[in-house]
Design a protein. Structure first.
Length: 477
């Protein structure tokens, strides 16, 4: 399906996309009562002096005093005492009893505590969130003329475990930390005060929430959502589904990458966009002068929105969409094992009615039908956050780069991106160096440029994990 009908209730199952949903289960009603307008109930106001206390183990204090926002399970001295209260807000205490700030605590998380503020006994309420959001808004308004961007980006914006994307007067709200669920009321109040949106879509479906044993669901919290939603980026218009699309609907973090490649569009008449989703790269290249663009993705719903964007930008004659597993399309084995079987924790980001790469049993075509390309774009999904599976992810990238390089024309370009934190720039370059030296298909190459996430996805120096997106652009001879 290209986009949902009007929706104002919970989308709890893959088939739930209309405004009339079945009655929620008792558990769902329990969660809804915490934060929905219909429930009419607000959690008790935060009292900084009545919060439970998280006591740090020896040695953990120094890192927090340097501004690091995370507390790991091994650093919690009184985990047993906090167990019955989790998830909750806690006052963080040093070994000597000094209050170091307030954090979200969850005993099930691989990150036990996320520091909200280094101020002692600050109240976490609507005004707290509004002050943070006003700073977020002022920063983005200096960067962008139009209201299409990541409004709040987790730890770098002082809102750990939270992502908010803005699409004009529509917002998507994605809390990945379970401790934020009880704070959704003040968060909503703050968003309405600062941004005044017509529609707010809640996406409580990030993979990390399952690890934290938090409720997983989607809901329209404010207004009536009639998708798809239009957005503009780099002078190009796109259509996205905020309720059923990947992540929060769109990947604003690739904004600068798309702008960089758009500068090369007149020199790259034939473009192959692999893992294209709704055509972010491909439509941009066609808009700026590429003559023929092939967009390959496993999701039929995503490709429908890609075709819709092509029509909106008057480039339909230049766009060809192919529903296929990327490695099968390139002439290799299906890419399912690295995404689902070999890498636990892999994010299943796709639309509800179309599986991730590797779930489809056949393809609509193969790369042999199209010949070589002047630019090949490779942007696979997150391959998992567990460090122990990084070697398998790197091998998958090596295999993927080798397959993609075989269809890059002489002196053509290959763009590869990784949003898998443990596959950074060094790992990408290493995988490319090895892949381009496979016996029988060696290619000489040079690095044109390396990149990272856009400015509306800021990072912080003390948290390398916040700088998660890496890219390399290679010329192949």
């Amino acid at each position: 399906h290209g986009g949902p009908a009007a929706a104002s209730t919970v989308a709890r199952t893959p088939s739930s996309s209309s405004s009339s949903s079945p009655s929620p289960s008792p558990l769902a009603r329990q969660w809804r009562g915490v934060w929905t307008v219909e429930g009419g109930y607000r959690p008790r106001r935060d009292d900084p002096h009545r919060r439970p206390e998280l006591q740090l183990q020896e040695g953990a204090e120094a890192r927090l005093r340097r501004g690091h926002p995370w507390i790991f399970p091994r650093e919690v001295k009184n985990a047993k005492a906090l167990s019955q209260l989790s998830p909750c807000l806690v006052n963080v205490l040093s070994e000597e009893g000094d209050v170091l700030g307030v954090a979200l605590y969850n005993k099930h998380g691989s990150i036990a505590g996320r520091v909200l503020s280094e101020q002692a006994f600050v109240q976490i309420d609507a005004e707290f969130f509004a002050e943070r959001l006003r700073r977020c808004l002022a920063y983005r308004e200096r960067l962008y003329r139009e209201p299409f961007y990541r409004l709040a980006h987790g730890e770098a914006d002082g809102l750990p475990g939270l992502a908010v994307d803005r699409y004009g007067d529509h917002l998507t709200l994605q809390p990945t930390a379970a401790g934020l669920d009880a704070l959704l009321w003040p968060l909503l109040d703050a968003l309405e005060e600062v941004v005044k949106p017509k529609v707010i879509v809640l996406r409580q479906d990030a993979p990390g929430r399952r690890k934290e044993r938090a409720v997983v669901q989607r809901e329209v919290l404010r207004g009536q959502y009639r998708g798809p939603t239009e957005l503009r980026e780099n002078g190009v218009t796109f259509a996205v589904d905020l309720l059923h699309g990947q992540k929060t609907g769109w990947y604003f973090d690739h904004r600068d990458h798309r702008a960089r490649l758009a500068e090369l569009a007149s020199q790259t008449p034939r473009v192959l966009d692999l893992y294209s989703y709704v055509g972010g790269f491909g439509i941009t290249m066609a808009h700026y002068g590429a003559e023929e663009v092939v967009c390959v993705d496993s999701s039929e719903a995503a490709l429908e929105l890609c075709s819709r964007a092509a029509a909106m930008n008057n480039v339909s004659s230049r766009i060809k969409t192919v529903r296929a597993d990327v490695l099968e399309f390139l002439g290799g084995a299906p890419s399912r094992p690295p995404r689902a079987g070999m890498l636990p924790g892999t994010e299943d980001d796709d639309f509800d009615d179309a599986g991730t790469a590797g779930r489809i049993s056949n393809t609509e075509g193969s790369v042999a039908e199209f010949g070589e390309f002047d630019l090949v774009i490779v942007d696979p999904p997150n391959l998992g956050s567990d460090r122990t599976y990084a070697p398998k992810a790197v091998r998958f990238y090596e295999r993927l780069i080798h397959a993609a390089s075989r269809v890059v024309a002489k002196r053509g370009l290959l763009f590869v991106a990784s949003c898998t934190h443990h596959v950074g720039e060094v790992e990408l370059l290493g995988a490319a160096g090895r892949a381009l030296r496979w016996p029988g298909s060696e290619r000489e190459s040079r690095v044109v440029s390396c990149g990272s996430q856009a400015a509306d996805h800021p990072s912080i120096p003390v948290l390398p994990e916040s700088r998660y997106l890496r890219s390399i652009l290679l010329q192949l001879d």
